[in-house]
Design a protein around this ligand. Structure first.
Ligand code: CP3
Length: 375
């Protein structure tokens, strides 16, 4: 088993006692950081960063050099799977991701093969190995993938979409075809995440960014069913430790009980759900991750601190909470404000863990520098 200097992220996911609430930010390596923009300039473009394991490692570590974050997340993108399937991913400046060959017909879907990460996505697995080596056990590394439904929307629409017109038309008119596509994607996601776990990812998150755009019934049939298939197919124990799985359906607050039934270890919440009420609904079955509105980072550090305090109070005492934003940090955020956010989580959360049994395991967790993040 690899020794971790700071394992409070994994401990919180397992409902084990912690000294303070762990925190990381979705999209923590990104354009709000000037050092990220400089690296991207050097790489030429975004895919140049993702495709080069040394550069992917460099930008993964940038936010950790600045802030006392409790987890690192692999620098990559959810759209690497469709790219590996031959759709031709590219980024149009200012317009987000696009595919040269979107999937529109039955023939397009039938021609897709399940990806083999060792052969088709070696640069991602190499990035995981490089990052693990360079982290040297500082914090755990999170691997990730998109959900089948979210990947299908990009593949069918050919990029981002406001209304998912084409994807939903296929779902309603040709459900069997949509299921065939989602099944190919679910099998690919299982292989991809297991590849990341074997390469060294210590937790994995599935981004179901567009699950919340589905109707109540369609969510269960076209997104949740495949999330469950993935959870059941993942390697859950590796290198002497449990590998937790986090499910994040943006806009999924009404489905938390059903999401917990998949067997996932934790659920990501966006900011529209009250975290205290979510905790009352799922109990100790799953940990919760979230859920500050990312736009609060535009407000003053005092206002950010106040919001952090409210979310901590809503969750209440004890472990099982990983603090995060309710969605990715945006490019216009002042890095100082992100720092104020992370500091506030560590400082204000200590009181919620007093007397919950942390001291007994402090020595084991970080013998040399207990509580260093409180400085
Ligand atoms: O969290 C992290 O720091 C890890 C890196 C990460 C990226 N994308 C880097 C990235 C992760 C986890 C993702 C996931 C991702 N990618 C999702 C799901 C998460 C979410 O935000 O809901 C989605 C939907 C995508 C697809 C995608 N990739 C879009 C829509 C865009 C354009 C976004 C934009 O703001 O222009 C990307 C590009 C992308 N992925 C960037 C980064 C840092 C920006 C690229 C750049 O211009 O440098």
């Amino acid at each position: 088993m690899t020794e971790l200097k700071n394992d409070r992220f994994l401990r919180a996911l397992a409902h084990e006692p912690v000294d303070v609430t762990p925190v990381w930010m979705m999209r923590q390596a990104g354009r709000y950081l000037p050092e990220y923009r400089a690296s991207r300039e050097r790489a030429g473009n975004f895919m140049g960063l993702c495709g080069n394991p040394d550069m992917a490692c460099e930008v993964t570590l940038q936010p950790l050099e600045r802030y006392p974050l409790d987890a690192a997340i692999l620098f990559s993108d959810i759209l690497t799977i469709p790219d590996a399937m031959g759709l031709g991913l590219y980024f149009e400046p200012g317009e987000g991701p696009k595919f040269e060959k979107p999937v529109r017909t039955e023939a397009d879907i039938m021609a897709l093969d399940v990806v083999n990460p060792e052969a088709d996505l070696p640069y991602v697995l190499d990035a995981v190995k490089t990052i693990r080596r360079e982290l040297g056990g500082r914090v755990p590394l999170i691997g990730f993938s998109g959900s089948p439904w979210t990947l299908a929307t990009y593949m069918i629409e050919g990029g981002s979409s406001r209304d998912f017109r084409r994807a939903k038309q296929m779902m309603y008119d040709r459900p069997e075809l949509m299921h065939h596509l989602l099944d190919t994607l679910a099998q690919s996601v299982i292989r991809y995440l297991n590849g990341q776990i074997l390469a060294g990812a210590q937790a994995v998150q599935i981004f179901d960014t567009w699950g919340g755009a589905l109707s109540h019934n369609a969510y269960r049939e076209f997104s949740l069913r495949y999330l469950e298939q993935i959870v059941k197919g993942l390697i859950r124990q590796h290198d002497g430790r449990k590998v937790p799985v986090i499910l994040f359906t943006k806009g999924g607050g009404q489905w938390l009980e059903a999401m917990a039934d998949t067997g996932a270890d934790a659920l990501g919440l966006d900011w529209t759900t009250d975290i205290g009420r979510a905790r009352a609904r799922v109990g100790d079955r799953v940990a919760l991750q979230g859920n500050m509105d990312p736009t609060i980072l535009y407000a003053s550090p005092e206002r950010i601190r106040e919001e952090v305090g409210q979310i901590l109070a809503s969750y209440g005492k004890g472990s099982g909470h990983v603090f995060n934003l309710g969605h990715g940090i945006t490019p216009e955020v002042d890095p100082e404000h992100a720092g104020a956010f992370i500091r506030a989580v560590h400082e204000l959360s200590a009181e919620y863990h007093v007397g919950t049994g942390f001291t007994a395991c402090l020595e084991r967790a970080s013998p040399s520098r207990p509580g260093r993040d409180l400085n």
